[in-house]
Write a protein that binds this ligand. Structure first.
Ligand code: 6A9
Length: 779
């Protein structure tokens, strides 16, 4: 019996990292199967760099510094997007996800413009050229910066695991003339860096062995020397040239990291051209004038397509507003990354974390600086904007995510793949747990794709959708079995900490709404209204997809009918007291954080000061009841996901509450939690500032606007008030996001509810870029 039990347990352990048993959607071993998207700016966490969609790729990138400001500890040295660099702004202003991009980076009022253009040819993903131009952002006011020196470093590296080599070609005086190499994916290639405008003060190179992509910057810092150039007294920071460790047999190790540095006085411009050896019949090079023309052509096409997709000019938006929308969109699509590696996962049956299988992920990211990696529920929102532009890209993203599904039907919430991604995450956040969900927003994307062009979608992607379908079924059923509540028809987010002593209200990270207040005492009796609505909505979309693909849809239709029955919904979640939809659970409002001073112990010396930590104190016995003093985003879900009936009196009440400035309404959008809620803007622990307890978030505002649009278009007694809310909320959101962008140079993770100021991570061109769909009125 015992042996059998252990055997069973072993079986459950391996389930967490066993892939879903079915055909993979992505044949990821060969990125070259999609030559058009082989090369790309797939390193969103770096300010600029191209790599390929291969598990192990050749990697190129940019670093820079102002010699006057750089410090030995690396301060002032730019490589990965970091908030602490405090750049004035940076974003792709134009990017089509495939062939070209224009980015502006402003550092200390110096404008660094990075552009690239790709060119088809050969059979290894073609050629590309990049330009890096430095100038003054505003020459009139900043002439004191004129002739300021800046050093640009462009590097080529090969990841560990890449089969191939690179080397520096040296000319007279040991000057780097170019880089050449050969890898399994790319075959032979060459990369040249040339000055095309301005004059250069210094030019040096480094050819060395870096211990990983996560230490490129450190490797450069260790290899900077102070030196005077030949024939000049002026000292410069130069790269140390060839630095290759000696192997025991007397030979030198091969380099995997080659950097070229150019120091010049602003303004100047360099050109980097990558040429594939497989491109034998190249008529003309993608350099000089040819490059200028190609870029111009791409930009014109981009503008045309942008107008035909979003119609902003014809809607009356002014040029600066259109430029803003192009930036918001481009930085989302231009931040699509390609990651490869294993994540850490854990199940209730495993002692500690175990590695997931090695896998690629092609995905957009919420924020290039603070979290340049994939997040499950964020991605469903990104998919709305991306799919309007390029269905193929979006379906590829969906395919990658669904290939990450394990045999249980679970997809991890946060994907931290590869050395660069891991380096950005504190240890305690790495492990993903297989009981934990995250809202199934890919159903939003799929629904959206379906509604916009069901026929086209079917015609061109039938096979893919057909292969996706069993995975969707498994995913839906994972939600509908693992996240159920105690009573039939109820659901509960897992992952809340019942034993938390420092949290004012134990977080529900799985819901995506982190610290949004729920029942004060997590328990199995809890019912979460948002989760219930997500599952109802998912059932509806499943039914539509099943019908479209001619699979039996009845089961999903019935589930949807059951979960959207307003009587049952009201019974389980309408609080008669508060007249609002609410969670239910073991709850009291009488909880506070207090400093409990521990009684002095005898051993303790009297001169040692112990700073007490804030601890949660419960002042009243919690009772099973509606959690109805926390009006906010969660209460809106039956409306947001369009489950409440158009003629339901509940709808009338929701619309009335929506417009109330004492609750959620502000001039800048809807705040996440009502001002009247006891936890409004309260810290969750001594150190955890309020996050979903007041600030305005754009993903849920987008869904609210979309719902108001829907209810203003279906017959019912509340059509008019829905319409008013639709118009005003939409206008407020767009206006404020643009104003804040103009003021600060960024799109933000959230906006504060008193003055509309951007807060949190930036740039955050994840779901905040949905502002483009608000402008275009695409829902
Ligand atoms: C941990 C980073 C220096 C929090 O946008 C991604 C998620 C959302 O899915 C979620 O709904 N964000 C929202 O509540 C950001 C999560 C970031 C975790 C980063 C440590 C430290 O890096």
């Amino acid at each position: 019996v015992i042996a059998g039990w252990f055997g069973y347990k072993g079986y459950l352990e391996t389930r967490v990292n066993t892939p879903y048993d079915g055909q993979k959607l992505v044949k990821y071993t060969s990125g070259l199967k999609v030559p058009d998207r082989y090369w790309g700016t797939y390193r969103p966490g770096a300010y600029f760099g191209l790599k390929t969609r291969d598990p192990y790729s050749l990697v190129t990138g940019l670093m820079w510094y102002f010699p006057r400001f750089v410090r030995y500890d690396g301060t002032g040295f730019r490589h990965w997007c970091e908030q602490s660099d405090e750049l004035n702004r940076y974003a792709w202003l134009e990017h089509d996800g495939r062939t070209f991009g224009v980015q502006e980076i402003v550092d200390n009022h110096v404008l660094i413009r990075t552009t690239f253009v790709k060119k088809r040819g050969g059979y290894r993903g073609g050629d590309w050229t990049a330009r890096i131009a430095v100038s003054l952002e505003n020459p009139q006011i900043m002439d004191h910066l004129f002739l300021e020196e800046i050093s640009l470093l462009f590097y080529t590296a090969i990841e560990d695991g890449t089969k191939g080599w690179i080397k520096a070609n040296l000319g007279d005086y040991d000057r780097l003339t170019g880089i050449e190499g050969n890898t399994q994916g790319l075959g032979s290639f060459s990369i040249n860096v040339n000055l095309i405008n301005g004059t250069i003060e210094e030019h040096s190179f480094l050819s060395t062995v870096a211990l990983g992509l996560n230490v490129l910057k450190g490797t450069v810092l260790q290899n900077l020397r102070i030196a005077a150039q030949k024939g000049s007294l002026k000292k410069h920071l130069v790269l140390a040239g060839e630095q290759l460790p000696l192997l025991p047999e007397g030979k030198r190790e091969d380099p995997n990291f080659v950097v070229t540095q150019v120091t010049g006085k602003i303004p100047f411009e360099i050109e980097v051209s990558y040429e594939s050896g497989s491109f034998s019949n190249r008529m003309d090079k993608l350099t000089g004038n040819n490059y200028d023309e190609a870029l111009k052509e791409h930009r014109e096409q981009f503008s045309k397509k942008f107008e035909s997709v979003f119609n902003l000019k014809s809607k009356g938006y002014k040029d600066d507003e259109v430029a803003f929308a192009k930036m918001a969109f481009s930085n989302l699509i231009g931040s699509i990354g390609y990651f490869y590696g294993t994540s850490q996962v854990q199940s209730t049956y495993t002692q500690g974390p175990v590695p997931y299988w090695k896998a690629p992920l092609y995905t957009a990211v919420p924020s290039r600086s603070f979290f340049p990696r994939g997040f499950l529920w964020d991605e469903g929102f990104h998919g709305l904007l991306i799919s309007v532009w390029d269905t193929e890209i979006e379906l590829d993203i969906i395919s990658h995510w669904f290939d990450l599904m394990n045999i249980e039907g679970w997809i991890p919430r946060e994907m931290i793949l590869g050395e660069e991604a891991v380096a950005k995450v504190p240890k305690e956040f790495i492990t993903q747990i297989n009981t934990n969900a995250n809202p199934p927003t890919f159903f939003l994307t799929l629904d959206f794709l379906l509604q916009r062009s069901e026929q086209d979608l079917l015609k061109h992607n039938f096979h893919l959708l057909d292969k996706l379908y069993p995975r969707l079924q498994a995913w839906f059923s994972w939600f509908n079995t693992t996240q159920i509540g105690e009573l039939p028809g109820t659901y509960r987010w897992r992952g809340r900490d019942e034993k938390a002593t420092r949290e004012l209200n134990p977080k529900t990270l799985t819901s995506g709404l982190d610290d949004y207040p729920r029942a004060s005492h997590p328990s199995v009796a809890e019912r979460h209204v948002d989760l219930r609505c997500w599952i109802a909505y998912a059932a509806r979309v499943m039914a539509n997809i099943a019908e479209m693909l001619s699979y039996p849809a009845k089961k999903y239709q019935e589930t949807y009918r059951y979960l959207s029955d307003n009587n049952l919904l009201n019974e389980l979640h309408w609080s008669p007291n508060a007249q609002a939809y609410s969670d239910y659970g073991l709850h009291t409002d009488k909880v506070v954080l207090q400093k409990i001073v521990p009684p002095p112990s005898r051993k303790q010396q009297s001169n040692v000061q112990i700073t007490p930590e804030m601890t949660r104190v419960v002042l009243e016995k919690p009772l099973l009841k509606f959690v109805d003093t926390t009006f906010g985003y969660v209460s809106l879900f039956p409306f947001i996901l369009q489950i409440v009936e158009p003629d339901s009196p509940q709808l009338g009440k929701i619309l009335q509450d929506l417009r109330d400035p004492d609750l959620l309404w502000t001039k800048y959008g809807l705040r996440s939690l009502a001002k009247t809620s006891p936890l409004y803007m309260k810290y969750n622990t001594q150190h955890d500032a309020p996050y979903w307890r007041g600030p305005i978030w754009i993903n849920l505002n987008y869904l609210t606007v979309r719902a108001a649009y829907y209810y203003s278009n279906v017959k019912g007694p509340y059509q008019e008030s829905a319409k008013k809310i639709y118009q005003e909320l939409r206008k407020n959101l767009i206006q404020n996001i643009i104003i804040q962008y103009k003021k600060t140079g960024y799109l933000w993770e959230q906006y504060d509810d008193t003055e509309g100021k951007g807060k949190g991570s930036h740039p955050f061109t994840g779901w905040t870029s949905l502002v483009v769909l608000l402008m275009a009125e695409i829902y």
